[in-house]
Design a protein around this ligand. Structure first.
Ligand SMILES: Cc1cc2nc3c(=O)[nH]c(=O)nc-3n(C[C@H](O)[C@H](O)[C@H](O)COP(=O)(O)O)c2cc1C
Length: 355
């Protein structure tokens, strides 16, 4: 089998694999550039790069400068394709997007919030816009509004199913029925929604499937169902190049299936994480102290939040996992070793060909 390429706007990736963004600081220039070097699309996470103890002005400036630095670093490491991911709930999201575009990024991935105004912010049509959605209803809403307001459509859609890591676009009730909302069920609906806009704009809008995709066989299944590519994140954590601490990676190697749980995040969405010491302590104490000089999230209700999610994720990044939150996908327990990106991509492609 010839491995299909993944074309998004003006770029063509040699392999149909996107490394999903992982915040906070789990996917930075090292991981993203290594994936891009192997022919995939590497995604830098723009989230939580500033010093959360800093004042408002300092936080924004530090976040902006840190993002510039990661993008520039990635570009020194690869000529491959690099995307940057943004969360709609960030209070400095517009500033970060403008920064990425100024730095020459050609793919803007937007999740955790509706990217209704995104085409107004990024008018350059050579910059591809990739909304993350979890239902055909939300895909239709975004595409309809973009069409009406901006006469523009998405350059690709990332469909994230219920087995993904990090924040999830499903209610807790929906997450109790993952089979009903499986990618196999959601994908045909999303393809149908997208088709209307493909016809109208006379271009392909690739749909990229994400959430629980673990091996080449899974990739083959998604491609056979009509996805143009897949986005994977959890599999990329236990790699030499992944930017996060060794302790974070070790938590993935140690985790058992029953220790992967759904949490209520201060972001206001459910999330999937490892039930570690931090979460167990929280259960006993009910709340961790919060100091919030900079409101990094528009939606976080500081007086009601049980902990500062930015601090909890930064702690894990630095290796203090007992005081930190560790996001992971449902299949994290299946990972048993740390490999290089080259080895991982080689295995995935061999399995894909075999399948
Ligand atoms: C540790 C971790 C952090 C994540 N952080 C983000 C994020 O900041 N923004 C985002 O859009 N998705 C985030 N995700 C979701 C991934 O980008 C990806 O779509 C999803 O996890 C795919 O499922 P998989 O992990 O089973 O491959 C995160 C996932 C993980 C595992």
């Amino acid at each position: 089998m010839k491995i299909p390429k993944l074309k998004i706007g003006s770029i063509t990736a040699d392999i149909p694999i996107v490394q999903g963004a992982m915040g906070v600081r789990v996917s930075l220039s090292s991981l993203a550039s290594a994936v891009a070097e192997e022919g995939g699309i590497g995604t830098i996470s723009s989230i939580g790069l500033g010093d959360i103890e800093a004042s408002k002005r300092e936080y924004e400036r530090m976040s902006r400068e840190a993002l510039e630095k990661e993008i520039r670093k990635a570009k020194t490491m690869t000529n491959g394709h690099i995307a940057v991911n943004f969360m709609g709930v960030l209070s400095n999201v517009d500033d970060l997007i403008t920064t990425a575009v100024k730095e020459g990024i050609k793919m803007i991935v937007y999740g955790a919030g509706l990217p209704i105004k995104l085409p107004g912010l990024v008018e350059d049509s050579s910059v591809s816009l990739l909304p993350i959605i979890s239902s055909s209803r939300v895909a239709e809403l975004i595409l309809r509004v973009w069409d009406k307001r901006y006469e523009r459509t998405a350059d690709a859609i990332i469909l994230e199913g219920p087995l993904a890591g990090g924040h999830l676009g499903f209610s807790e009730e929906q997450l109790n029925h993952p089979e009903k909302y499986s990618l196999d069920n959601l994908l045909p609906e999303v393809l149908e929604t997208v088709k209307v806009y493909e016809d109208k704009y006379g271009k392909k809008i690739p749909v990229i499937a994400a959430g629980g995709i673990f091996n080449g066989k899974d990739i083959a299944r998604m491609l056979s169902l009509g996805a143009s590519g897949v986005q994977m994140a959890t599999r990329f954590v236990c790699t030499v190049e992944c930017d996060v601490s060794q302790e974070f990676k070790q938590s993935y190697l140690d985790v058992k299936e029953e220790d992967i749980v759904i949490i209520k995040s201060p972001v206001g969405m459910p999330g999937r994480a490892i039930n570690n010491r931090f979460l167990k302590d929280l259960e006993v104490k009910g709340k961790h102290k919060i100091k919030c000089p900079y409101r990094c999230l528009t939606v976080c209700k500081v007086d009601k939040a049980k902990y500062c999610i930015a601090l909890a994720l930064v702690n894990s990044y630095f290796g203090d996992v007992d005081h930190g939150l560790i996001f992971c996908g449902q299949n994290a327990y299946r990972i048993d070793k740390i490999v290089t990106i080259k080895e991982l991509i080689y295995d995935l492609l061999a399995e894909l060909e075999a399948a």
